[in-house]
Design a binder for this molecule. Sequence first.
Ligand SMILES: [Zn+2]
Length: 260
Amino acid sequence: MRRPFHRRGRNANQPNPAVEAAKLFAEDETCPRCGKPLALCICDTVEKVDNEVEVLILQHPQEQDKLLGTARLAAVALAKATSRVGLSWPSLAKALGRPADPSRWAILYLGGSEENEGAKKREVTLVGRKGETIGDQGKTLAGLEGIIVLDGTWSQAKTLWWRNPWVLKARRLILNPAKPSLYGKLRNEPRKEGLSTIESAGFALARIEGRPEIEAALDDIFARMLYRYRSEVADRRKAARAGDAGSEPDAGETAADEGE
Ligand SMILES: [Zn+2]
């Protein structure tokens, strides 16, 4: 079932920690809200963030990185958010399940700020479909009804982009965060700026709405998700090693089946 997730940037000979960790939770029940194994679910600690600008997250069907994905957690955390799994929808309205005008929406652009000189100087930049910087950034940002975030690996996100031509009717929002993702080395991200879906949404919303507390709240939720992940994985590895110690030596930590 589970496929290898993050080929980009990771040497094929290196063990993939996400795949290795997924095996530790293969038998677990999952939370119906966030889709994570119950041991990794932090839903009950999440306080809703009251965003005004809506968020639509389109998740590639093969992404499904239950352990480290953040699409569904972002939807749990945000008052106005929709998370959909699929490859294509005929229109923004169909993806949202209600009427919507794509020209009032912005899609988080997959490219980085390097393609646009002006975008290097700003934290967020709205560009049109030819990559031209939109004139009155402040006014256009303030007029946005929602943002679209593509969730998946780099190539999955690109597939979603091209399979949904209506995204071309939306503005593009280039993010230029000074901070690195909290993921660290846990996974490679589709977005050039390297943020997770929940971090990207928080970064963009905070600047569109002028409310830094949105970003702080989502980053805090993400940090707690990662903390839970790291401690639970460490505990289970330890338990697996203890279990293996008596029978087969060396079956625990190395998980060298993915690697050398
Ligand atoms: Zn949950």
